[in-house]
Ligand binder design. Structure first.
Ligand code: HEC
Ligand code: HEC
Ligand code: HEC
Ligand code: HEC
Ligand code: HEC
Ligand code: HEC
Ligand code: HEC
Ligand code: HEC
Ligand code: HEC
Ligand code: HEC
Length: 309
């Protein structure tokens, strides 16, 4: 039997089945025009299979589509679609295709998912505001872990090219090495923090993994407590240690030469010289050769206060 024959055969069967389902009493208006998953299965066996294998298709999971209207929980009532034998443009929501409004698409998922914690901040998030919808990242029928269309970071990189380029720079958080993931730091579903980070402030985020940088220090360096971003960039930099600029320029953006103590080094110019001259203190780590505890110091003397120990 050829493909069209079988479609015709199933179509006939489906229409009679659809009729049978439709005369069953439904208890809410929303269910009008629903035909039931078994009818859809007749013409879409592959979609049925992927659905049945997923968490959405397991009857034991409370509150999921299998416990509600099956396929139609997401695709909407299918009677007209079935009557027109799947004719294009009639009566079914195809997500990727005919629904162009991201909010309407996401709304179909949020009817169930907005109660869950993970989506509680969706409305606040930039993704929602930019009309990114659930099905940009989740594919219900292709069934990767968490129904993701692609693993991280590739999924995020597919839209965030700049962040990807940053992640390839000399110094970078080990995202491409798969040691940490974009969503260790961000909540892709939205959040209260700036740039959807998983904390109220940048510093709180950094402290979750770099606890040693959290004060209180006996001697504090004010920009550190204020915002790590003043000196570091989160994704990648061509300067060592994710720095926004390299020392001494980084330091000199706030500190000038006047008042730097020490009879030997009266101003920053005198740091320069050949290695043999003994003057060259600007090699490599520059100011950090001496001011090594730049994030704050517990050193008891005033030397601690200068972050030199
Ligand atoms: C009588 C056979 C038949 C039945 C029953 C049927 N479909 Fe379809 N459906 C088709 C055909 C044919 C197409 C168009 C070809 C294709 O995309 O496979 C289609 C397309 C679709 C599409 C894509 C629409 C688009 O615009 O590209 C969705 C989504 C869909 N069906 C869902 C369902 C759901 C949900 C049900 C149950 C409520 C269902 N179908 C029942 C035959 C059927
Ligand atoms: C009828 C309610 C309902 C609808 C509609 C619904 N879901 Fe779900 N979904 C659930 C339930 C219940 C679970 C299982 C409980 C959980 O994971 O929190 C679930 C689980 C998930 C999971 C986790 C999968 C896993 O492997 O852990 C993802 C991702 C998901 N849904 C995305 C979506 C997307 C995207 C849509 C819209 C296209 C959608 N859901 C529509 C009820 C629904
Ligand atoms: C920008 C990509 C992206 C968008 C858009 C997106 N998600 Fe997700 N979603 C993810 C990622 C990544 C995970 C996996 C999180 C993890 O494993 O830590 C996830 C996990 C989930 C889970 C499982 C919850 C959990 O913590 O295990 C559910 C449910 C879910 N998403 C539903 C949705 C719904 C509903 C929408 C639309 C309102 C949506 N997602 C939009 C990327 C996205
Ligand atoms: C949890 C929500 C959800 C459920 C339940 C669901 N689908 Fe889908 N379906 C989607 C989404 C989202 C897409 C868009 C493509 C993707 O994510 O794979 C889709 C795509 C499709 C397509 C292809 C549309 C196209 O553009 O070509 C068909 C056909 C389809 N689904 C049929 C079904 C059938 C039949 C069932 C029940 C057996 C079902 N779906 C259950 C969410 C769902
Ligand atoms: C180590 C934590 C961390 C990781 C990992 C991380 N980010 Fe970020 N991201 C941040 C911080 C911090 C900001 C800036 C917040 C601010 O300026 O207030 C940010 C900002 C952003 C922005 C806003 C634009 C910009 O560049 O400021 C985007 C988009 C972004 N991140 C995407 C991603 C993606 C995609 C990944 C994975 C490839 C990722 N991030 C990995 C911490 C991280
Ligand atoms: C379908 C495309 C798409 C995908 C996939 C995607 N994003 Fe985005 N994202 C956007 C757009 C568009 C914006 C807004 C413009 C911008 O900042 O680039 C945005 C903004 C962001 C921002 C900035 C938030 C703010 O408040 O400014 C972060 C952080 C972010 N995305 C993280 C992620 C992460 C993490 C992933 C992977 C789980 C991801 N995105 C996947 C399209 C996408
Ligand atoms: C999810 C955990 C995590 C968070 C959150 C995090 N980091 Fe990291 N960070 C790491 C890991 C892992 C490394 C690599 C350490 C290694 O290679 O031994 C690293 C390395 C670094 C480095 C050294 C980079 C280099 O080239 O050697 C700097 C600087 C840094 N992080 C700053 C920050 C700042 C600033 C923040 C807040 C915006 C932050 N980190 C948030 C996990 C994190
Ligand atoms: C005043 C500029 C400045 C600020 C603000 C700053 N850092 Fe740094 N950070 C540096 C410099 C300079 C280095 C390189 C030190 C070196 O090479 O010895 C560094 C190195 C690091 C490193 C890698 C080496 C190490 O010590 O582990 C981490 C991680 C780090 N910073 C985290 C943070 C965090 C977290 C914050 C916010 C709480 C922060 N930094 C704020 C200047 C700064
Ligand atoms: C964003 C501005 C900023 C940057 C960048 C910066 N600092 Fe500072 N630094 C300050 C401020 C503000 C103080 C506190 C001054 C005070 O208490 O009088 C300070 C204090 C210090 C002190 C102690 C001074 C004293 O009088 O006790 C030293 C030493 C120092 N910084 C070294 C550095 C070095 C080295 C760098 C580069 C790695 C650097 N700073 C980068 C703003 C900055
Ligand atoms: C050769 C070691 C050395 C180098 C290199 C060095 N410093 Fe210092 N710096 C010191 C010492 C030692 C003190 C504190 C002396 C004291 O405790 O009285 C100091 C004090 C300071 C102070 C406090 C000044 C004050 O008024 O009390 C600042 C700010 C400072 N340095 C910034 C810098 C910057 C910025 C650089 C790089 C451009 C730098 N230092 C390079 C050794 C160094």
């Amino acid at each position: 039997m050829g493909r069209w024959h079988s479609i015709f055969f199933f179509a006939t069967l489906a229409i009679s089945l659809a009729g049978a389902v439709l005369i069953l009493p439904r208890d809410d208006a929303e269910s009008a025009g629903m035909v039931g998953t078994e009818v859809c299965r007749l013409c879409h066996p592959d979609r049925y299979k992927s659905y049945a294998a997923s968490i959405h298709g397991k009857k034991v999971v409370p509150g999921n589509p299998a416990a509600h209207d099956g396929c139609e929980s997401c695709h909407g009532p299918g009677a007209a679609h079935v009557e027109h034998k799947g004719e294009k443009g009639v009566g079914i929501s195809a997500f990727g295709k005919r629904i162009s409004d991201a909010r309407e698409k996401s709304g179909r998922c949020l009817r169930c998912h907005e109660d869950f914690n993970t989506l509680a901040s969706w409305d606040m998030g930039r993704h929602r505001r930019e009309d990114v919808s659930c099905d940009n990242c989740h594919s219900i029928h292709s069934g990767g872990p968490k129904n993701l269309k692609n693993a991280l970071p590739d999924l995020c990189w597919s839209c965030h090219r700049v962040v990807r380029a940053e992640g390839n720079k000399q110094s970078h958080h080990p995202v491409k090495e798969r040691r940490i993931a974009c969503n260790d730091c961000h909540n892709q579903h939205g959040g209260f923090g700036p740039k959807m980070i998983k904390a109220d402030t940048v510093n709180e985020l950094c402290y979750t993994c770099h606890a040693d940088k959290r004060g209180p220090h006996f001697w504090e360096h004010p920009p550190v407590e204020e915002n790590c971003r003043t000196c570091h960039t989160p994704h990648g930099s061509n300067h060592a240690k994710l720095l926004v600029r390299k020392p001494p320029q980084l330091c000199q953006s706030c500190h000038n030469a006047i008042g730097h103590p020490g009879s030997i080094y009266t101003n920053f110019e005198t740091f320069r010289g050949s290695a043999a001259s003994g003057k060259n203190r600007m090699f490599a780590r520059s100011c950090l050769n001496c001011h090594s505890n730049i994030h704050g110091s517990m050193g008891p003397s005033t030397r601690g206060g200068r972050f030199v120990r």
